[in-house]
Write a protein of this length. Structure first.
Length: 112
């Protein structure tokens, strides 16, 4: 097991920010680069996330990102999203580092 580098944390945070910005602006296309093409959301194809975010439109939500763990080329982050259209959510994102950098492979969420 290798120790995560600061650069990895910075890259993971940039990926998380793409997701957060896409949520806030109601722009599924904006967050798409954060995700692997085969990514899932609660087991469904990730395109359902992009479509629902775009359909919902912008919202003045706030978010906090916690990097739970980074081991070699995998990571888990938690994103707490407050006031997303009046509701609060907790997401867990599983990431994998590949030739194109860090990408979200899976997102699961629940309302808080």
């Amino acid at each position: 097991m290798s120790i995560a580098k600061i650069k990895d944390y910075e890259e993971i945070m940039r990926v998380a920010q793409l997701y957060i910005d896409g949520c806030a602006k109601g722009d599924g296309a904006m967050m798409k680069p954060a995700f692997a093409g085969s990514a899932t959301i609660n087991g469904a194809p990730i395109q359902t996330l992009f479509d629902s975010v775009t359909q919902a439109g912008p919202t003045p939500s706030t978010a906090r990102v916690d990097v739970v763990e980074v081991v070699n080329d995998i990571a888990v982050i938690r994103i707490t999203l407050e006031n997303y259209f009046g509701a609060d959510y907790v997401d867990f994102h599983a990431l994998k580092k590949g030739p194109d950098g860090w990408k979200i492979m899976a997102k699961i969420f629940t309302d808080a």
